[in-house]
Design a binder for this molecule. Structure first.
Ligand code: GRF
Length: 175
């Protein structure tokens, strides 16, 4: 199954995924801005592009490009731009997102920090992408209780590992 990975930042999930056998099928890495994660695509020899996607035409041209490349799955691995409905409607690919909270709790930005401060169960969710942010059908979810003495850094590290495991598990299933 031909797949693309979208990122906007550090790219630790991207790196981990490209190191897995399920990641070997990756034809395209995309970012909406110059970001550190793009170096992993270059190191692994995967084609990458940056576009800022400012208006509707940018998005529709991009959907056509992805369809032309016959991309069937798009994984949002820390992609920080809201995906417009028209783009989703045009795409031949399915889009899935990894989010660092136990959805439907804590959608949107800074979920990890907010969950930690509220002392709620932490975790991550792999879900289908729909136009409403972090609201699509849940594919897999991992939940971990907060234990006294654990820091946000500990949780962040553990949750990242779970995020990578969920994405890889799904990609193995559909590949
Ligand atoms: C991940 O926690 C992901 O869930 C969130 O952004 C983070 C990306 O981290 N949406 P990285 O760029 O893979 O290091």
């Amino acid at each position: 199954m031909r797949q693309a990975l979208f990122i906007s930042g550090r790219g630790s999930n991207l790196k981990a995924f490209l190191d897995e056998s399920a990641g070997l099928n990756t034809q395209f890495v995309f970012s909406n801005k110059l970001c550190p994660g793009l170096k992993w695509a270059k190191k692994r020899g995967v084609y990458s592009e940056i576009k800022s996607l400012k208006n509707e035409k940018d998005w529709t041209d991009f959907a056509e490009q992805l369809n032309f490349l016959k991309i069937k799955y798009i994984y949002l691995l820390g992609f920080m731009k809201i995906i417009p409905k028209k783009f989703l409607d045009m795409l031949d690919a399915k889009v899935v997102n990894i989010h660092p909270s136990v959805l439907p709790d804590y959608p949107g930005l800074n979920s990890l920090e907010k969950t930690f401060l509220d002392k709620k169960a932490m975790g991550c969710t792999l879900h289908h992408v729909v136009p409403e942010v972090d609201s699509g059908e849940i594919i897999f979810q991992k939940k971990i209780k907060q234990v006294k003495g654990s820091s946000l850094t500990d949780f962040s590290y553990r949750i990242h590992n779970f995020e990578q495991a969920l994405v890889t598990k799904f990609a193995r299933m559909v590949n």
